[in-house]
Ligand binder design. Sequence first.
Ligand code: HEC
Length: 146
Amino acid sequence: MRTLILAIAALALTGSTAFADPIADRKALMKERGKLVGTLAPMVKGEKPFDAAVATDALKGLSENAQKFDADVLFPAGSETGGETAALPAIWQDMPAFKAAAEKFRVDVAAAVAANPQDLDALKTQFNAVTTNCGACHEKFRMKKE
Ligand code: HEC
């Protein structure tokens, strides 16, 4: 019994610390996306030589990132405000559409990993399919920068 109570207490503790700040958590995940896209973009633009291993790592990173994206946890009711956030009220007004956008991103990134691009043209195709999602979601659900 004692062990069970301790286990539950420990679980509650990790839960609350991990999700204490959904605004910070979602921004951190987005920042990581930006970094990973920043690894791929110079290759796609021809500013850096194509490197299949680096491309695969970045796509896998994006895929893992997408899997960690849980709208219920990262965008709970009430987190429209209470910190520096660029999230638009549209998210909470149309949560199903927001979740659908997140799901489409997850599916497209998984497809890019499965496609396993081995040359620049193949990478370009996957890169475009994946990054279209960033702009599409930001357009509807993120505040424009001044
Ligand atoms: C399902 C919607 C959605 C998708 C898909 C999406 N984003 Fe975002 N992104 C957001 C929202 C909402 C914010 C604002 C979060 C906040 O400020 O609370 C954001 C913020 C950001 C930020 C700013 C983070 C910060 O530090 O304030 C970056 C960078 C970013 N996204 C990059 C990307 C990239 C790159 C992709 C594609 C690979 C992407 N996002 C895909 C919804 C999305």
